[in-house]
Design a protein around this ligand. Structure first.
Ligand code: SDX
Length: 430
């Protein structure tokens, strides 16, 4: 392929800056702007909307066409034909597993679900009503203290065992957060169960009685995990990569990703959607809230709407909506008042010129909360579920970075602070 160049001419500069253009296999080609430093400039892109921070082969998103693919497989196909653990294998290793690989991977994950007993005492240090994301941040970061035998980030085997441990133990940790919150005994994993069934067992089971797991609910949880598995260089994944670029251990990098995900503009939106729907309370109040969302002077936003990349439907939201209907139908909750408000809100927003003009569509978080509420998952656990599903994406991006040549991430800035000035002793200040 012929090498393409971009020519940057700057007022007052005689010689233009010649920049290389690198081709993508899909989506936008990139302009390597690093030479501008040699000419005394930085590039400026607040929020990194136009910045490719890295090269990756894991996930591709086309925001205008509403396309999401993991290692080339469209999310709609994976959601319909695959399952969460198989998708984890794909995202982590780059290919779908064959029959033996699939069974071996299930067994590897199944045999790493337990946590060291000391972790339980770690939980007792948290207030009874600590937010699950506060606990997850701490607990996942602390996990590095249990695995000194496999923290050599340059050893591919250590990287893989760590990935397996994180994928396997996140559901156990998340369920423990819930049990801690409601003051019930922790449930040990039951390794005779599948990944998502086991999560429901640890979330809703108790030592006093057998708890039947509804297969429709288990399938919905598996789909929730799958739809949240990875999403390119989003805020939390970029945080994991930046933390990892310093050579920090993978558990602390994932803990940093959990912290970034917690924000309501990111993974915390699913909890914020439910709280918003409850605040709206009745379809007759929707117009007022839509009016507020459009008011520049009102900080209120329609949670679950809009996306930095998708300027069309979020393909995950389309699948999530179908799953929502299936779960509510199975549980006989079709007249769930919050679902009614959500569907009416979606219709109104999609017809309103403000949302149409700004291309604000429902995103992955809009319907996921309604599914989780229908399953009986408390609102404060929603983002912990998102984090559990996203762990494979975080650790796969971390592994991709560490497996290839990388440098510590160190962005610069546009400084607009004070010029140099002399220190004034305090008794001479005004
Ligand atoms: C996730 O990046 C990822 O991939 C994230 C994610 C993943 O899987 O990792 O997909 C998961 O985080 C989904 C997004 C969940 N967040 C929410 O639902 C919170 C509500 N949405 C917004 O806060 C917002 O849309 C963002 C944060 C999602 C995107 O913000 P951007 O890209 O910075 O867009 P913006 O804030 O510049 O908005 C553009 C315009 C603005 O109006 P103008 O200043 O141009 O006049 O649209 C308006 C905004 O005011 N706008 C909204 C709105 N979202 C954007 N107005 C009302 N309600 C909203 N929800």
């Amino acid at each position: 392929m012929t090498e393409r160049k971009a020519i940057l001419t700057i007022d007052g500069e005689d010689t233009p800056i010649v920049l290389n253009v690198y081709p993508a296999t899909l989506g936008q080609d990139v302009i390597d702007v690093s030479p501008v430093l040699g000419r005394g400039y930085f590039t400026f892109d607040q929020g990194f909307a136009s910045t490719a921070s890295t090269e990756s082969k894991i996930t591709y998103i086309d925001g205008d066409k509403g396309i999401l693919m993991h290692r080339g497989y469209p999310i709609e196909e994976l959601a319909e034909k695959s399952d969460y653990l198989e998708t984890c294998f794909l995202i982590l290793n780059g290919e779908l597993p064959n029959a033996k690989e699939k069974v071996d991977f299930q067994n590897i994950i199944r045999t790493h679900t337990m946590l060291n007993r000391s972790v339980e005492s770690f939980f007792s240090g948290f207030r009874y009503d600590a937010h699950p994301m506060a606990i997850l941040c701490g607990a996942v970061g602390a996990m590095s203290s249990f695995y000194h035998d496999s923290l050599d980030i340059n050893d591919p085997h250590h990287r893989m065992i760590t990935a397996h441990r994180l994928i396997a133990k996140m559901p156990t940790l998340a369920a423990m957060c819930h049990k801690h919150f409601i003051g019930q005994p922790y449930m040990y994993p039951d390794n005779s169960l599948g990944y998502s069934e086991n999560f429901l067992h640890m979330m809703f089971g108790n030592p006093c009685e057998e708890k039947e797991i509804n297969p429709v609910v288990a399938k919905a949880v598996d789909k929730l995990f799958l739809l949240h598995a990875d999403h390119e260089q989003n805020a939390s994944t970029s945080t994991v990569r930046l933390a990892g670029s310093s050579g920090a251990n993978p558990f602390s990098c994932v803990a940093a990703g959990i912290a970034a995900l917690w924000g309501p503009a990111h993974g915390g939106a699913n909890q914020a959607v439910l709280e918003m729907l409850k605040q709206i309370g009745d379809v007759k109040h929707i117009d007022n809230f839509v009016k507020r969302a459009k008011d520049k002077d009102d900080p209120f936003r329609l949670m679950g709407f809009g996306h930095r990349v998708y300027k069309n439907f979020d393909p995950r939201a389309v699948v999530m909506k179908k799953t929502c209907d299936a779960v509510l139908g199975e549980l006989g909750l079709f007249d769930d008042p919050l679902l009614k408000i959500a569907k009416r809100l979606e219709t109104i927003a999609l017809e309103d010129e403000y949302f149409v003009e700004k291309k604000l569509y429902p995103n992955v978080d809009f319907y996921s909360g309604i599914i989780m509420k229908a399953i009986g998952i408390p609102t404060e656990m929603f983002t912990a579920i998102f984090a559990t599903g996203r762990t494979v994406g975080w650790i796969s991006h971390w592994n991709e970075m560490i497996s290839n040549p990388y440098r510590i991430g160190r962005p610069r800035q546009l400084y607009t602070g004070p010029l140099k000035r002399e220190y004034v002793p305090v008794d001479q200040r005004g």
